[in-house]
Write a protein that binds this ligand. Structure first.
Ligand SMILES: NC(=O)c1ccc[n+]([C@@H]2O[C@H](COP(=O)([O-])OP(=O)(O)OC[C@H]3O[C@@H](n4cnc5c(N)ncnc54)[C@H](OP(=O)(O)O)[C@@H]3O)[C@@H](O)[C@H]2O)c1
Length: 286
């Protein structure tokens, strides 16, 4: 299997490389080596490398910044995704694209299914939704995985932010009225590998996230509990606050739990056991 990976320096990109099966050949690219918004560069890359699989782990992921940078967010998340879908079609490669729970508005009361109505609250979610639509319009055999609250030992994420702030601050206010499912990027990488090796899996949208929902406040508590068990020096008091107490440029869904039955049914992939992953990451980071 020859794999072209974009966004290789991001959380998912790094975790995917760590899990590459023996014998697979990878061409890992990032913003510096392959800008996915440059269609000619993308086509030249696939023409020379001739991948069997393209995994798009590249994205504009700055949710708040996107509110004032809608053009660049759209270029990366829509045009970039479309370029890769076109390139995959050109060389008959499978295409895996990643999307987000932020395509929903969070007004649901039961976990979102793939067929539920989307209604993003912000620019990031809107560009990710438009990216999904354009990828599937180019080729309905593309696989789009919507995931949520991604963390890992790499890059920037909530776990690393909490651990950094917890050392310096005696008290941390964390939003307690938004719920979601933390998802370990390594588990997303494993899910991708299982999906592409299963010939029964059809193109379309699949939800994949953590196996237990929490608020950001509860997630923070779990992080500090786990970190303390492995010798973390911080000991902040964590207080639950409301979204109103912590205004951000982009609105976020208050409920963004994804129903993962479809991916389980098609390929037996279990949801991300994020608490086990969190324990392993705390050992690495502390
Ligand atoms: N993080 C989350 O909580 C979350 C939640 C739901 C869904 N997702 C989705 O999951 C996927 C992976 O997320 P992640 O957390 O691994 O993201 P990440 O850590 O932010 O990595 C994204 C990577 O894409 C690169 N990139 C940006 N613009 C590019 C361009 N024009 N061409 C090529 N590469 C470019 C970035 O490079 P630079 O850093 O140099 O810009 C970065 O290395 C994304 O599709 C994201 O939307 C993430």
């Amino acid at each position: 299997m020859r794999v072209l990976l974009t966004g290789a320096d991001g959380q998912l990109g790094r975790c995917f490389q760590d899990r590459l099966p023996v014998g697979w050949v990878i061409r890992e690219t990032d913003a510096k080596t392959l800008d996915i918004t440059d269609s000619l560069a993308v086509f030249a890359e696939v023409d020379s490398f001739k991948p069997d699989l393209i995994v798009n782990a590249a994205a504009y992921t700055a949710v708040d910044k996107a509110e004032s940078e809608s053009e660049i967010a759209s270029l990366v998340n829509v045009d970039g995704a479309r370029n890769l879908a076109n390139a995959a079609l050109r060389v008959n490669a499978k295409f895996i694209h990643i999307s987000t729970d932020y395509v929903f508005d969070g007004n649901a009361v039961t976990p979102y299914q793939e067929t539920d109505v989307t209604n993003p609250l912000g620019i990031y979610g809107k560009t990710k939704l438009d990216g999904e639509l354009s990828v599937l319009a180019v080729n309905d055999e593309s696989i789009v995985i919507r995931t949520a609250w991604v963390f890992s030992e790499y890059g920037n994420n909530f776990v690393k932010t909490m651990l950094r702030l917890g050392v310096d601050r005696a008290c941390l206010g964390v939003v307690a009225d938004q719920r979601g499912c933390p998802t370990y990027a390594g588990d997303i990488a494993n899910a991708i590998l299982l999906l592409v090796q299963n010939s029964n899996v059809k193109g379309g949208i699949y939800h994949y996230c953590g196996d237990k929902d929490v608020s950001w406040f509860e997630f923070a508590e779990a992080i500090f509990k786990q970190a303390k068990m492995v010798g973390y020096s911080g000991s902040p008091e964590v207080k639950g606050i409301t979204t109103k107490d912590y205004p951000t440029p982009a609105a976020r869904p208050k409920y963004s739990i994804l129903n993962c039955q479809k991916i389980k049914q098609y390929s037996g992939i279990e949801e991300s056991d994020w608490r086990t992953a969190l324990a392993a990451i705390c050992i690495k980071l502390i």
